[in-house]
Design a protein around this ligand. Structure first.
Ligand SMILES: [Zn+2]
Length: 251
């Protein structure tokens, strides 16, 4: 058994939403630009990716008001190349959930088995009216895609753990990566977007079940304590500026 050797953050560009969507109902009328990224885990058992950012064409078509800024260099193929990989080198792709800014690059990873919660795929294919825009990207759902539908907490490979953290969406997962000689890394995806929101048990305005969402924030806090993990926030520009970005890595 051996743990992951390198973890990299792949930049996927930025989007704009209203502050009230980041801190549920608070801060209406203030537009905020925020980062989108995915996580690449080099593991002796294979190359694992957690989320795939957004697809510029899809956002321009369905959500142009989020003012996407994504260069060619910030696409999944270009980010993988920066790390010395090709899209079909990825063995396992885990989608934290299927909102458009977490699955936009799925279609490039033609060799990967795609792990997602069994309820998430159902919801994304047939969303509630209020979730339609979040699930606007359907490019992940193609005939060649090999899905591994999962539920509950589980381990993808030695030291790569998925924790079921619903609320933001019905089938939301967070990922914790253990590595030799350093603290584990906790990627909570969209459980809470920013350090300030997380500190206040505040979830995003986009949610399937807000009560479950608050429970998931508290669960993440408990896990972070138990594992003595370093927390990574998904959608905060300030903190994103302090992270090491690909091709740089955590080891
Ligand atoms: Zn989301």
């Amino acid at each position: 058994m051996a743990k992951a050797t390198k973890v990299r953050l792949l930049d996927s560009g930025t989007l704009v939403i209203d502050q009230s969507h980041i801190t549920w109902n608070v801060g209406c009328g203030t537009p905020v630009r925020f980062p989108v990224y995915s996580v690449l885990v080099e593991h002796p058992d294979g190359l694992i990716m957690f989320d795939t950012g957004y697809d510029l064409d899809v956002v321009n078509e369905f959500l142009p008001f989020e003012l996407p800024e994504q260069t060619e260099q910030q696409t999944v193929p270009a980010q993988l190349e920066l790390c010395g990989f090709k899209p079909d080198d990825v063995d396992v792709l885990v989608n934290s959930h299927l909102h458009f800014d977490h699955c936009g690059g799925n279609r490039h990873l033609t060799s990967a088995t795609v792990w997602m919660h069994e309820l998430e795929i159902r919801e994304a294919r047939s969303p509630e009216p209020f979730e339609r825009l979040g699930y606007a990207d359907k490019t992940w759902d193609h005939a060649e895609a090999k899905f591994n539908l999962i539920s509950g907490d589980l381990t993808v490979a030695d030291g790569v753990h998925l924790f079921y953290t619903p609320g933001h969406t019905i089938g939301h997962y967070s990922m914790l990566v253990e590595m030799d000689g350093r603290k584990p890394l906790m990627f909570m995806a969209d459980v809470s977007y920013t350090p300030a929101a997380y500190a206040a048990d505040q979830q995003a305005g986009f949610h399937n079940d807000p009560v479950a969402g608050v429970r998931s924030i508290r669960r993440i806090k408990q896990l972070v304590k138990e594992w003595d993990a370093e927390v990574f926030f998904t959608h905060d520009m300030d903190v994103f500026g302090t992270y090491k970005l690909a091709p740089d890595h955590y080891a």
